[in-house]
Write a protein that binds this ligand. Structure first.
Ligand code: P1T
Length: 380
């Protein structure tokens, strides 16, 4: 099956043996009756498994070309589960430009539990090799990165991790499975904040993991059940519904993202524009190879360079909503330094380019003329 068909039908055959409903029903139940202790129809308690969640997990596995999908109560809960594969003393190599909450989880929680993190620039995949020790277990990659839109060559990193028998996890939130398939590029785990493009309508918080390997899947299902950060059935239904239109939404996000990036690049009030579709983006060639288009996320600095100049632009926007998050049908704008990435120390942030005048746009699927006019008036 090709992607557009999988987005709608992947893993959904006989989803409701009871009544043949076309959409997976919302099984709003915490428990399931047993005819005799241990005798049931595959579900005992909804932390361990729920049919609506199961339908979503099958859809997730299908769109990522994996074998097993595992859904969580948030993107961070999904990342938390991956880190729980490790033990004190283990080491992780990760991109130095990460979603602020991921950084906070690594530094404020798992570092305290004795896991060591090496944050490195991964524009050159070979840099990974220099930081591998006999304690390294996991390489964590976000691509495109949030919010600087750096691109990491997943296949090149995978060739190193497989040689050293390390796990490679890729946060595919910005690209989505429609534009990029990390498992096909050699990653072991693909992770999503399903809150974003997968849900697609800014109406749920959820995370997901997809893997190919049965043993790894069993361990992650164990952690999902043992730690218990599972999403409810209503949210699973919404995510499943979102996935069915992922391909058409992301096409329009890409189209509008391209137009906005080009518009910003020629606007006299704008400094730098970060979007991997530009031929002068440092890893444009890698983006063109591993992604089928460049996505709907665009970051830029206001030329004046001050915090106030960025705040002025954000306050004047009328169609773009000033808000955290991304990937919904509506356009959002944010100030990473004080919103999504405030938990990263200022000095560290600025090294990555997350300056006070940096604005991040999640370009939605409204009419492009209205989006451009909105940015134009705000920048003027
Ligand atoms: O918010 P949550 O569903 O827990 O997902 C965390 C997360 C993980 N990875 C990436 C790349 C993300 O962007 C996020 C969440 N990001 C935002 C809320 C944001 O506005 O950037």
């Amino acid at each position: 099956m090709k992607f557009n068909t999988k987005a709608i039908h992947g893993g959904q055959k006989n989803i409701d043996p009871g009544y043949n409903s076309v959409m997976a029903p919302i099984y709003q139940t915490s428990t399931y009756s047993q005819s005799s202790p241990g005798e049931h129809k595959g579900f005992e308690y909804s932390r361990s498994g729920n049919p609506t969640r199961s339908a979503l997990e099958k859809a997730l596995a299908s769109i990522e070309n994996g074998s097993y999908g595992i859904a969580f109560g948030s993107g961070l809960a999904a990342i938390d589960a991956v880190l729980k594969l490790l033990k004190p003393g283990d080491e992780v190599i990760c991109t130095n430009d990460l979603y602020g909450g991921t950084y906070r989880l690594f530094i404020s929680i798992f570092k305290e539990f004795g896991i060591k993190f090496h944050f490195i620039g991964l524009n050159e995949a070979a840099a990974v090799e220099k930081h591998i020790t006999n304690k390294t277990r996991l390489v964590w990659v976000e691509t495109p990165t949030n919010p600087m839109m750096n691109i990491i060559d997943v296949a090149a990193v995978a060739s190193i991790t497989s040689k050293h028998d390390l796990l490679l996890a890729v946060d595919n939130t910005f690209a989505t499975a429609y534009l990029q398939q990390p498992l096909d590029l050699g990653a072991d785990i693909v992770m999503h904040s399903a809150t974003k493009y997968l849900g697609g309508h800014s109406d749920l918080v959820m995370g997901s993991l997809v893997v190919k390997d049965k043993e790894l899947a069993d361990r992650l299902y164990f952690i999902q059940n043992a730690s218990g950060a599972v999403p409810g059935p209503q949210d699973c239904f919404l995510a499943l519904r979102g996935i069915k239109t992922l391909h058409v939404r992301v096409q329009r996000h890409c189209e509008n993202g391209r137009a906005i990036a080009q518009f910003l690049k020629q606007n006299k009030h704008v400094g730098a524009v970060y979007w991997p579709g530009f031929t002068d983006h440092p890893n444009h060639a890698v983006a063109s190879r591993q992604m089928s288009d460049y996505g709907g996320m665009v970051s830029f600095t206001v030329k004046k360079g001050t915090l106030q100049s960025a705040v002025d632009v954000l306050e004047k926007l009328k169609v773009f909503t000033l808000a955290e998050s991304l990937g919904g049908v509506e356009s959002l704008a944010g100030l990473p330094a004080s919103m999504t990435h405030a938990s990263i120390p200022k000095e560290e942030r600025e090294k990555q380019g997350i300056v006070d005048s940096l604005i991040r746009l999640s370009v939605g699927i409204e009419d492009i003329d209205d989006l451009m006019a909105d940015l134009e008036q705000a920048l003027e």
